[in-house]
Design a protein around this ligand. Structure first.
Ligand code: DGL
Length: 259
């Protein structure tokens, strides 16, 4: 049993979509969320750089006593989680695009996936996709430009709408019935996506599954927090804190640190 914090990191503000799921399922856990917005986006960076940044973030969280690390970034998970698991003793939870449920549920047998270049080109993603998507056409789209707009707070902007239409229209024309969100920033776009997608296209993301897995692994390792008082949720960024505060609501305290 441990009241040490759960450490969560992402290339920026997007992983808060995962933090929200974890906090809803495990409200008595202490958490530290790290937004590496200074180095966002990770998507176009090479594997080596993504590993380097993931190690830096992990060490920052381990120095603060985290008992488990949630890599709340598909790009970091698919490129770096193997190295992280081999290098540190704490359990790691990652996030990967939910190709499996989409492929199982699809009736049109055409599934769209929007993710970063780093995720789509990773071995881990390609292995999962080969394993679960036989007989299914997967339309992969690199969401280049989306993460920087979210990091600038431009969720509802003309630029965003134009980019989303550009990326989604070929999928819509190909008759997808599921759209997989393969980046933890993208759940914040769901209201915008729903304006563009036909009514019968369903959106799948992996946030809830990550929270369930986090709880399961904490339980299995006897690491759940049994103290139900004084819960602390810390949010740390190395860039402009206002975007993180806006996304979280002003009651969450955001600290700026150079890491
Ligand atoms: N939230 C990250 C992900 O899930 C965004 C990656 C990026 O910074 O490009 O992939």
């Amino acid at each position: 049993m441990s009241n040490k914090p759960i450490g969560i990191f992402d290339s920026g503000v997007g992983g808060t979509s995962i933090w929200k799921e974890i906090h809803a399922l495990l409200p008595f856990e202490n958490t530290i969320y790290l937004a590496d917005s200074k180095n966002a986006p990770y998507g176009p960076k090479g594997k080596e750089r993504i590993i380097e940044l993931s190690i830096k973030n992990t060490e920052f969280l381990l120095e603060r006593g985290c008992k488990i690390i949630v890599v709340a970034c598909n790009t970091a998970t698919t490129n770096a989680i193997k190295v992280l698991r081999e290098s540190y003793d704490v359990p790691f939870i990652g996030i990967e695009p939910a190709i499996k449920p989409a492929a199982l549920l699809s009736k049109t047998k055409v599934v769209g996936i929007l993710a970063t270049k780093g995720t789509l080109s990773s071995d881990l993603f390609n292995k999962t996709s080969d394993l679960f998507a036989s007989g299914i056409e997967i339309i992969e789209q690199d969401g280049e430009g989306i993460v920087p707009l979210i990091e600038e707070g431009k969720l509802e902007s003309e630029e965003m709408t134009d980019l989303l239409k550009l990326y989604l229209n070929p999928m819509i024309n190909a008759d997808i019935d599921y759209l997989v969100l393969g980046c933890s920033h993208y759940p914040y776009l769901i209201p915008e996506l729903l304006k563009i997608l036909p009514n019968d296209v369903k959106i799948i993301d992996s946030g809830e599954a990550v929270a369930i897995q986090t709880k399961e692994i904490l339980k299995r390792n006897n690491l759940l927090n049994m103290q139900k008082t004084h819960v602390s949720n810390e949010f740390i960024t190395n860039a402009n804190p206002s975007i993180l505060s806006n996304i979280l609501g002003n009651e969450c305290n955001v600290t700026v640190k150079d890491f």
